[in-house]
Design a binder for this molecule. Structure first.
Ligand code: UDP
Length: 260
């Protein structure tokens, strides 16, 4: 599929104009960054796995009636998406204390939260994505009250659903980040899930031994990131049997959706 000119390059993805008005092509790079871009690396095969895992999760969300920007996967590294007006907040849902939540509040990693906690961050790299509250969002007009209520409801519903999906494959969903955008239809807009949902944006711990199967392998220099993401993909049932890491890295094996 012909991709148009590049319109944005982020830390882990590039966006190109899509083949039709209102569409974009999202390209998954192998670049990994952490700590607001202070730590960087290229990890062969990461983009291929995130493209595939995010496709799987967003397709499942679409199937339960949660609107997302995902239209279809085009190839190993690209997917066709709807163009949205991105709301400049990152929504984090937490089930278990970890990461900045633990360091900010002094609550040990692994502490189970009695109910999920929602947090909002202002999407702004120069400011290091600061934590904000609903008053900031409303008063600074990043979203209106209806949008914010909808976003919060959707985030908790997505959490309920994904906790179950991951529990079914022996993984704890510790926390994850969501982004949302407005899909405009004339004068009206609807809120859609944007960006990606992958081990780059989730904390995933193996239930049996609490092994980290997410980007903390990179943030904390644990190694084995591609192997961990591949394990997540394999358990979700989206890696053809026998695919090996070398094939993922070189992109020689075409990963296709396993028919249910
Ligand atoms: N997260 C993300 N992008 C960000 C910040 C956080 O995808 O820019 C995800 C992160 O992977 C984790 C969750 O949001 O699953 C909570 O992250 P946290 O606030 O603990 O910050 P981090 O430790 O990632 O810096």
């Amino acid at each position: 599929m012909a991709r148009g000119k590049q319109i944005y390059e982020g830390k882990a993805k590039i966006l190109y104009e899509g083949p039709e008005k209102g569409t974009l092509i999202q390209y998954f790079k192998d670049d990994a960054t952490a700590f607001n871009n202070k730590k960087k690396a290229v990890i062969d095969g990461k983009g291929v796995l995130n493209n595939r895992i995010s496709e799987f999760i967003l397709t499942q969300l679409n199937q339960i009636g949660i609107k997302t920007h995902f239209i279809k996967r085009l190839n190993m590294r690209e997917q066709l998406i709807k163009s949205l007006e991105i709301i400049p907040i990152e929504v984090v849902v937490r089930n278990i204390a970890a990461g900045t939540f633990s360091t900010r509040l002094g609550i040990s990693e692994g502490t189970e939260l009695t109910k999920p906690i929602l947090e909002f961050y202002f999407k702004n790299d120069e400011l290091g994505d600061p934590l904000v509250n609903t008053d900031h969002i409303l008063t600074l007009n990043w979203a209106n009250q209806d949008e914010l209520s909808f976003i919060s409801e959707q985030a908790l519903r997505i959490n309920d659903f994904l906790v179950g999906v991951f529990r079914g494959i022996g993984i704890k969903l510790v926390d994850f980040k969501l982004e949302f955008g407005r899909f405009w239809n004339g004068e009206d807009s609807e809120i859609y899930v944007a960006d990606e949902i992958s081990p780059d944006s989730c904390r995933l711990w193996n239930i049996k031994d609490e092994k980290k199967l997410d980007k903390d392998r990179f943030r904390r220099d644990l190694g084995g990131l591609v192997e961990a993401y591949q394990e997540v993909a394999r358990r979700l049932g989206i890696m053809p049997e026998g695919t090996n890491i070398k094939e993922i890295k070189t992109g020689i094996t075409k990963i296709t959706l396993k028919k249910k």
